[in-house]
Design a protein around this ligand. Structure first.
Ligand code: ATP
Ligand code: RIB
Length: 310
């Protein structure tokens, strides 16, 4: 059944340069093979994932009243995203991310937040009037807006899902209240706990420490090409990634957590939902770009059939 997912998060235009290797300090690299401007931003990548997987996705964010904002808005409309809670800000430009991608697909990202930083509590309060089945949050907009979204959702008994990126050492995690799923990547897990989840033991140590910091039914740590680590407060389980040639990992995490939320909201158990999220993210890493790499439901299900769950 189609679910209505409210994403309260960021939108950027991504300026992406692909190169053999990134320059060291003081060095100039002139061998950049390609560059492109593609829609991105953690929130927008997740909103596109929900829409392509068949959800009724409502996106609450801010764009500048500029050409980049016009371009992004028309992309969201073409994707079938409900844009009525996207405000245009006349004072600040649309968010911009500069992304350097190396030959092995690894990326480095610098974000100019722009209009994302202008999202207010009343923006979020308005958006909650859409009667969502779930609220989906990340940490790329002002904390007070993220926390207000969680609070309003709790007041209405709406389940909350949190993709805990980008890493924010000072984010007041305990104020998020009850969550269905809290999902950091390796960097974020390390920033919040001080433990590098570099093996199963350390994943468990990090997850146990996270469970003292957040109130979540499931903690799901994204562990890159190793897959995902699930912890429910008692048991843990690793769901391995599906091996693919990594072209560009940009937005792999956004695609993963949105897909996990989608399949979980469809009533699947956490392991099956995580496996299908691994499939969606694997397709994403095998393609270039953020928004451009996100698969449709049909693609995810076909990929899952070719790579059965072990
Ligand atoms: P990004 O910040 O690049 O969007 P992330 O660091 O938040 O991503 P990762 O842990 O790197 O998140 O990746 C998210 C998910 O993508 C993983 O849990 C896994 O399912 C999938 N994934 C990542 N890298 C690979 C890979 N090399 N091969 C297959 N799947 C991958
Ligand atoms: O997670 C990837 C995203 O992070 C990029 O699209 C970029 O815009 C930054 O928000």
């Amino acid at each position: 059944m189609k679910k209505r997912i409210l994403v309260v998060s960021s939108a950027n235009l991504d300026f992406v340069q692909r190169m053999r290797r990134v320059p060291r300090a003081g060095e100039t690299v002139t061998e950049s093979a390609t560059y492109s401007y593609v829609p991105g931003g953690k929130g927008a990548n997740s909103a596109v994932t929900f829409a392509r997987l068949g959800d009724d996705c409502v996106f609450c964010t801010r764009l500048g009243a500029d050409g980049n904002g016009n371009r992004l808005l028309s992309v969201y409309e073409k994707e079938g995203i409900d844009t009525r809670f996207i405000l245009r800000d006349k004072k600040v430009p649309t968010g911009l991310a500069s992304i350097l991608v190396e030959e092995d697909g690894a990326n480095r990202i610098i974000v100019y937040p722009g209009a994302n930083n202008a999202i207010t509590v009343p923006d979020v309060e308005d958006a909650l009037t859409c009667y969502p089945d779930a609220v989906y949050l990340q940490f790329e907009i002002p904390d007070k807006a993220t926390l207000a979204a969680a609070r309003f959702a709790h007041e209405k008994n709406i389940p909350v899902f949190v993709d805990a990126g980008p890493a924010r050492v000072d984010f007041p995690l305990s104020e998020l209240g009850r969550m269905e799923i809290f999902s950091p990547n390796e960097t974020e897990a390390k920033v919040y706990t001080g433990i590098d989840p570099n093996g199963a033991d350390n994943c468990l140590r990090a997850a146990i420490k996270l469970s003292t910091m957040v109130d979540a039914k499931y903690i799901v740590i994204k562990i890159g090409s190793r897959g995902a680590f699930i912890y429910d407060g008692k048991y843990y389980h690793i769901v391995p990634a599906i091996s693919v040639p990594a072209v560009d990992t940009t937005a792999a995490g956004d695609t993963f957590t949105a897909a996990l939320t989608h399949f979980y909201m469809q009533g699947m158990d956490i392991e099956r939902a995580t496996y299908l999220a691994n499939c969606a993210a694997a397709i994403g890493v095998s393609r270039e770009g953020a928004y451009t790499s996100i698969p449709t439901l049909k693609e995810v299900l076909a990929f899952a059939e070719e790579h059965p769950q072990r």
